[in-house]
Design a protein around this ligand. Sequence first.
Ligand code: DX5
Ligand code: ZN
Length: 259
Amino acid sequence: MPTPKIAPSMLSSDFANLASEAQRMLTFGADWLHMDIMDGYVSDMAKPLLFHFVPNLTIGAPVIESLRKHTKAYLDCHLMVTNPLDYVEIFGKAGASGFTFHVEVSKGRIIMLSDHPIHSLRLQFRLLMVRENTADNWQELVKQIKSKGMRPGVALKPGTPIEEVYPLLEGENPVEMVLVMTVEPGFGGQKFMPDMMNKVRTLREKYPKLDIEVDGGLGPSTIKTAAAAGANCIVAGSSVFGAADPAEVISLLKTSVNE
Ligand code: DX5
Ligand code: ZN
């Protein structure tokens, strides 16, 4: 099993005190800081029109840039955005360490779904734009991520089969981490989905040395399941920030992965 990495999700931190929250987590033993970048839609109506990836709006590159001035820590950026290629350069400049994009968009497949005729033209246009930018061309995306000095990773939503990431782990420019979402992306504090462990197990069998990250609902009550399945990078937001003793939770998470 590759080295355990415990990555508190800063989404659960006090954003108004981000630098000190980050420092607090590192002092408590965090290995990475997990940064959730979301491109936000507000209503189901806006989903097809605006073509965004998740129903929440969080932080962008300027926040990463500000935080970078306060810490040398590994900033594990999870981009829940429709068009990751647009963000590679600015995140590289901002000081991101890891750049994890979603497989659902790398295939230009993020179409949602409105049958309403009003939406259809706009939808097609957006689809074309996505195709032009990411266009099944994840190799180019990964190459660019690396060229900006970041570590490429791919994430998948609960409904996406694990087989979808296999091609991204082969070839000249493979991703270096797979993030298996254990909740629907968008918010912290949701319930861990144990069914996702089949994906982790399958992936671990096939790639013994790969960094496999789990994200969503991880904490003292779910870590053993995730670690036994083969996850070694653990994102934990509410269970760490909401704990009376976050250092104790971080240490418990790490021990469980090591066992
Ligand atoms: C959800 C995010 C997670 C989230 C995890 O879209 O990707 O990183 O913050 O939070 P918890 O650990 O509270 O489920
Ligand atoms: Zn995340």
